[in-house]
Design a protein around this ligand. Structure first.
Ligand SMILES: NC(=O)c1ccc[n+]([C@@H]2O[C@H](COP(=O)([O-])OP(=O)(O)OC[C@H]3O[C@@H](n4cnc5c(N)ncnc54)[C@H](OP(=O)(O)O)[C@@H]3O)[C@@H](O)[C@H]2O)c1
Length: 332
């Protein structure tokens, strides 16, 4: 076991887009084991858009941060967690964590599935995609789906899951030509566009001339406006996130057509994945055969080294990731 532990603390509140100066790397002794806890050495850390929201006030300054993580138990003071076991927990942004059994989920990785998948397609992002499509939008076979931020963690899982659920046309938007090519070439999307290339509404109309039935929104603003225009009567919006507005305190200029939700009898429902954790086993049962057959692939950008946690987080906000942004900080 390492003789020292490292953690990232937030040390100031960002004005607009965060910078590395909002964070500090802190070196300390590994936490001492107490009865009823286990000491976990982290292997993979998740950096997520919701961390940007936490930075504005929810997160205490000069204190350990929270975040999804996967690690290995290296010492245990509780019979429910054994040395060597792999666990999922929420004490991220650090190399070592003291975890109580009720805060941890023991992982028994499916053969052939990389451990990191428990932070991507089998993690919170995959669960968000599954819940959004299955529970919120109640996607039916043959229906057309539009997914925003489609080349990210939630989006790349959602596109593949929609395809496996028998969706008709699957359309995605993303922020670069390379991501657009990845969506149609590697992830089974029928059409994709770069939202920098013109108004989202116009591009979506070209990609889905017959309209869409379901919109899984990760972006908000102009994407939501474009989707409301493209949705057919009785369409559904599963509103997952609004990444376009997390770095701004100004209200978004769009959607200007919100009232069309009434005229088209659209159902729009926001959701938080933390209220749907009970769906995890259903996601795993659904995903397992497809992961084994290769019809579902964990789409990930894995950055190596604890030193790069903050860079990975800022890079994810800038769109440097394809698939789920994950930081590897220990050996599997
Ligand atoms: N409701 C929930 O419980 C829940 C759970 C998980 C995630 N979410 C939400 O789901 C969304 C995606 O999360 P994720 O973890 O999968 O992150 P992600 O999509 O892997 O990463 C964020 C992506 O956002 C895109 N982006 C950044 N600024 C943008 C802008 N101004 N306009 C359009 N796209 C922009 C970037 O891709 P491009 O290169 O394509 O711009 C970037 O890669 C976020 O809104 C997040 O808050 C919600």
């Amino acid at each position: 076991m390492s003789s020292s532990a490292r953690a990232v603390h937030q040390i100031s509140r960002p004005q607009g887009f965060p910078t590395a100066a909002n964070f500090a790397f802190v070196t300390e002794d590994p936490p001492s084991l107490r009865d009823g806890t286990a000491l976990v050495e982290n292997i993979y850390l998740s950096v997520d858009p919701y961390h940007r929201e936490g930075m504005d006030g929810e997160w205490e300054l000069h204190a350990p941060l929270e975040g999804r993580a996967i690690g290995r138990v290296v010492a245990s003071g509780d019979a429910r967690l054994s040395v060597g076991e792999l666990v999922f927990h929420r004490h991220g942004w650090r190399t070592h964590a003291l975890v109580r059994p009720e805060e941890a989920r023991v992982l028994r990785p499916l053969p052939g599935v990389p451990l990191s998948a428990y932070l991507s397609v089998l993690g919170g992002t995959g669960l968000s995609a599954y819940v959004g499509l299955v529970k919120i939008a109640q996607l039916r076979p043959g229906e057309s789906v539009f997914i925003s931020a489609a080349a990210g963690g939630v989006g790349s899982a959602a596109g593949q899951i929609a395809r496996l659920l028998g969706a008709g046309r699957v359309i995605g938007s993303a922020g670069s030509p390379a991501k657009v090519a990845h969506l149609t070439r590697d992830l089974g999307f029928d059409a994709a566009f770069d939202y920098h290339d013109g108004p989202v509404g116009d591009q979506l109309r070209r990609a889905a001339p017959d309209g869409i039935d379901v919109f899984l929104d990760n972006v908000g603003g102009d994407h939501l406006e474009g989707a409301i225009s493209a949705l057919r009567d009785h369409g559904r919006i599963a509103w997952c996130g609004a990444v376009a507005q997390y770095n701004s305190s100004a209200p978004p200029p769009a959607p200007r057509n919100l009232y069309d939700v009434v005229g088209k009898s659209i159902r729009m429902e926001g959701f938080l994945v933390r209220n749907h954790r009970h769906v995890q086993s259903e996601l795993e049962a659904f995903a397992a055969p497809h992961l084994r057959s290769g019809r579902l692939v964990p789409d990930e950008t894995v950055v190596a080294g604890f030193d790069r946690v903050v860079d990975a987080f800022l890079g994810m906000l800038r769109g440097e990731n394809t698939g789920k942004m994950i930081v590897q900080v220990g050996e599997v």
